[in-house]
Design a protein around this ligand. Structure first.
Ligand code: NDP
Ligand code: 8X3
Length: 252
C-alpha cells in the first residue's frame, strides 16, 4: 500500500508544490483548499500518478473539517503525513494602523485552522505509528521580529511552540513533529498579503533569488522520508540573499 499524506492549502505555493512532489513518488493524498476550480484541476492532473482525494475546505470551519475528516475513505484510515500548510499574512501596516478583521483572519487560519486539522487527524497518525510525521508551516517570522509582522509573526511563534509541545505529548506514539521555518519564498503569499497588488508583490522578490515552492516541497519530502527514529524538531531556511539587519533606533 502507498503511504498517505494530508495537505492543507494545496491550491497554490508550497501546498501545490508538495502535492506535485508526493504524487511523483506515488503517495496517496488528500488535498484541501477553498478554491474549488484550482483544487479539482490539480487533483485531475495528478490523478494519473497517484490516488488523490480533493476536499474543498476552509480550515477555519471546524464543523466542516470534522465532517470531512470523519468521512475520509478507508484508504486514509491511517496517515503517514500531515502537512499543515494553509496560512496567510494580511498587510504590513503598523499594528496601530491595521484592521482587526485581518488579525481575526490570521488567528483563525494560522492558529485555529492548524489546531483543527491537527487534533482531528492525530488519531490517524497515531494509528500509523512509527514513521508518521506532522510538518507545520512556521516561518522565520515566528523566530525574528520585523515591522508589520505583529500578528502574522505571533501566529507563527504559536505554531512553533505548539509543534514543540506536541512532541512531548506524542512521545511513545512514534509520531514525529517538525516546525518548518522558511524565509523569503516566491509564491502567492505576497499577493495575498498585499491584497492583490501585483506591483508590491513583484517588488518583494525582485532581484532577490528567493526560495521557490519546489525547494520547500523537496525539504518536506526529505523530512517525511527520514529514518523513523529521527525527529527534526525545527528547521529554518532562508535564501542566501536574505539576512538580518541592524536594530532600529528612533532618534529625536
Ligand atoms: P500561498 O498563498 O501560495 O498558499 C497558501 C495556501 O493556503 C493556499 O493553497 C490557500 O488556498 C490556503 N489557504 C489560505 N487560507 C485558507 C483557509 N482558510 N482554508 C483553507 N486553505 C487556506 O502561500 P505559501 O504557499 O507561500 O504559504 C504556505 C504556508 O507557508 C503559509 O502558512 C505561510 O504562512 C507559510 N510561509 C510562507 C512563506 C513565504 O515566503 N511564501 C515563508 C514562510 C512561511 P485557498 O485560498 O484556495 O483556500
Ligand atoms: C513569510 C516570511 O519574512 O515574509 O512567513 O514573514 S516573511
Amino acid at each position: 500500500m502507498q503511504p498517505t499524506v494530508f495537505i492543507t492549502g494545496a491550491t497554490s505555493g508550497f501546498g501545490e508544490a508538495c502535492a506535485r512532489r508526493f504524487a511523483q513518488a506515488g503517495w496517496s493524498m488528500v488535498l484541501t483548499g477553498r478554491r474549488e476550480e484550482r483544487l479539482l484541476r490539480l487533483a485531475d492532473e495528478l490523478g494519473g500518478q497517484a490516488e488523490v482525494l480533493p476536499l474543498v475546505l476552509d480550515v477555519r470551519d471546524r464543523v466542516a473539517m470534522q465532517a470531512a475528516i470523519d468521512s475520509l475513505p478507508a484508504a486514509f484510515a491511517t496517515l503517514r503525513g500531515l502537512i499543515n500548510n494553509a496560512g496567510l499574512a494580511l498587510g504590513t501596516e503598523a499594528a496601530q494602523q491595521c484592521s482587526l478583521d485581518d488579525w481575526d483572519t490570521m488567528v483563525d487560519t494560522n492558529i485555529k485552522g492548524l489546531l483543527y486539522s491537527t487534533r482531528l487527524l492525530l488519531p490517524r497518525l497515531i494509528a500509523h505509528g512509527q514513521g508518521a510525521s506532522i510538518v507545520n508551516l512556521g516561518s522565520i517570522a515566528g523566530n525574528w521580529p520585523y515591522p508589520g509582522s505583529h500578528v502574522y509573526g505571533a501566529s507563527k511563534a504559536f505554531v512553533r511552540q505548539f509543534s514543540l509541545n506536541l512532541r512531548c505529548d506524542l512521545q511513545g506514539t512514534g509520531v514525529r513533529v517538525t516546525n518548518l521555518e522558511p524565509g523569503l519564498c516566491e509564491s502567492e503569499f505576497s499577493l495575498v498579503r498585499f491584497a492583490g497588488d501585483r506591483q508590491k508583490y513583484a517588488a518583494v522578490y525582485a532581484d532577490a533569488q528567493p526560495l521557490q515552492p519546489a525547494d520547500i516541497a523537496e525539504t518536506i519530502y526529505w523530512l517525511l522520508n527520514q529514518p523513523a527514529h529521527i525527529n527534526v524538531n525545527s528547521l529554518e531556511l532562508m535564501p542566501v540573499t536574505q539576512a538580518w539587519n541592524n536594530f532600529a533606533i528612533a532618534r529625536g
